[in-house]
Every structure is written in C-alpha cells, then in structure tokens.
Design a protein around this ligand. Structure first.
Ligand code: ATP
Ligand code: MG
Length: 171
C-alpha cells in the first residue's frame, strides 16, 4: 500500500493528539508504528498509555525534558541531531508502516536540525511508509513535499482564560 506524508501544524490544539489517534488506528490494523518525539522528554500520559497497554508501539524521545526558553543549548542540538540520524536508519530499515515525528517542526524552528535533512528524510522514504510530521511553524519547503497538510487553527483556547495544562488532557 502506498504511504503518504502528513503534516499536522498550526497554533491550535490537536496536532500531537491527532498523531496518537492515527497511531491507535494503525495499531488496530496490526501496523507497525514508531513514534519519535523531538524536544519533548517527559513521560506524558500518552506515553504511559503505550507503555502500559500498547507495548507493541515503539516510542523514543530525543529531547531533554525541558522547554527551550531562549537559545537552545548544545545538548538540545545534539539530542535532536542524534534523533534524526536514528530515524533515518529506521526509515531505511523498512520495518515500520507508520512513523510519527512529533514536534519535528519545533526542532526545525529552533534550528536544532536543518530543513535540508528533513527534506532528505521525506524524499528518500520507502514508498509504502506513512510518515507524519507535527508541530507549529511547518516551513513552506516541507509543506510543499507533503501529501496531506492539516492546519489546526486556534479559535478559542481555555489557556487564554488562565486554565493551566491538565493531566490527561494536555499532558
Ligand atoms: P495536543 O498535544 O493537545 O494535541 P498540540 O500538539 O496541537 O496539542 P502543541 O503546540 O504541541 O499542541 O502544544 C502542547 C500543549 O500545550 C497543547 O495541549 C496545547 O493546548 C498547550 N498550549 C499551547 N499553547 C499554550 C499556551 N500559550 N499556554 C498554555 N498551554 C498552551
Ligand atoms: Mg504537539
């Protein structure tokens, strides 16, 4: 089956949850899934769900577990670049039906990795691999390469009313 390249971007909520929703659906069809999380390094509830109930799904984080506030550190850059190298091998291995690159656009935004490297990853993907990239600020060069692009647009968000991120809903 031909695999396509998806992008979930935009400033509204739902990018990461859409990627995990697709993971759930693909797993139900016995597809082999690998999730790579850039920048992130904490054990979010979705990761606990996979560890506890869906152990066939493989997931690895390539972040340091803290938000990048100003300039990224050398450790942020090393973690993301190591991630991209590992993912290139996993993509080539043809072991997976679906690979999720969660928050890869945040890694690009902070210049932890290059647009050229992500372009190479997409253009060299095996024909039957479904590849999903998420995060705010997807650059135009990558959008042009994708077969499906969905922009989550913030219309209302309760954080504007001061509602903090809640366990099980935001993390
Ligand atoms: P989700 O993980 O819920 O699907 P997302 O992947 O679309 O969301 P991200 O941009 O990755 O969204 O943001 C991570 C989380 O932080 C989201 O749950 C989002 O609702 C929340 N969030 C986004 N912007 C803010 C903000 N300015 N203040 C507080 N929380 C925010
Ligand atoms: Mg997200």
């Amino acid at each position: 089956m031909t695999g396509y390249v998806h992008i979930y971007t935009g400033n509204g909520k739902g990018k990461t949850t859409a990627a995990f929703g697709l993971t759930l659906r693909a797993s139900g069809a016995d597809k082999k899934v690998f999730i790579a999380q850039f920048v992130k390094g904490k054990t979010y509830s979705e990761i606990k769900a996979i560890q506890n109930y869906l152990p066939q799904i493989e997931l690895k984080q390539y972040g340091r577990g803290c938000f990048i506030v100003n300039d990224p550190t050398e450790a942020d850059i090393q973690a993301a670049q190591q991630g991209l190298r590992e993912i290139m091998e996993l993509v080539k291995s043809e072991r997976y039906d679906l690979i999720i690159l969660d928050e890869i656009f945040i890694a690009l935004h902070y210049k932890l990795i290059s647009v050229e490297a992500v372009t190479e990853l997409i253009t060299n993907k095996p024909a039957n691999l479904e590849l999903v990239l998420t995060g705010r600020y997807a650059p135009d060069e990558i959008i042009e390469l994708a077969d499906l692009v969905t922009e989550m647009k913030e219309v209302n968000h309760y954080y504007q009313k001061g509602v903090p991120a809640r366990k099980g809903i935001e993390f």
